[in-house]
Design a protein. Structure first.
Length: 117
């Protein structure tokens, strides 16, 4: 019974990943494709960690798998944001804000200092 439960969790992880890949192939916009990165990184890895907990119990390798899930979920948001920013920079040749557009400006920004001085 235990091995069947493990197989179900692993099959669910694989199914989520396959559906995400098919979704990435289906959409046209790279911004939409980024949404399909999240399920394998979060849901699939979580299901694999559950399968490891079922198989190994409360052993150190189970908690390492849980740590890896936390890192994947945390890094997924960072990587997705960085990728979206890279797409935006590649699409827009002039990265400066348009007239009237509000942009938070840091005090030590060299360009701001040039305009003030």
């Amino acid at each position: 019974m235990k091995s069947i439960l493990i197989d179900v969790f692993l099959a669910g992880a694989v199914l989520i990943t396959i559906i995400s890949v098919l979704g990435m192939l289906r959409v046209r916009d790279p911004y939409q494709r980024m949404h399909y990165i999240s399920p394998p990184a979060s849901l699939s890895s979580f299901l694999i960690a559950i399968a490891i907990f079922i198989q190994r119990g409360l052993k150190p390798e189970s908690f390492k798998a849980l740590f890896v899930v936390c890192v994947l979920v945390g890094m997924n948001t960072i990587v997705t944001h960085a990728t979206a920013r890279a797409f935006r920079i590649a699409e827009v040749p002039d990265w400066d804000p348009e007239e009237g557009e509000e942009v938070p400006i840091l005090g030590g920004d060299e360009k701001v200092e040039e305009e003030r001085g």
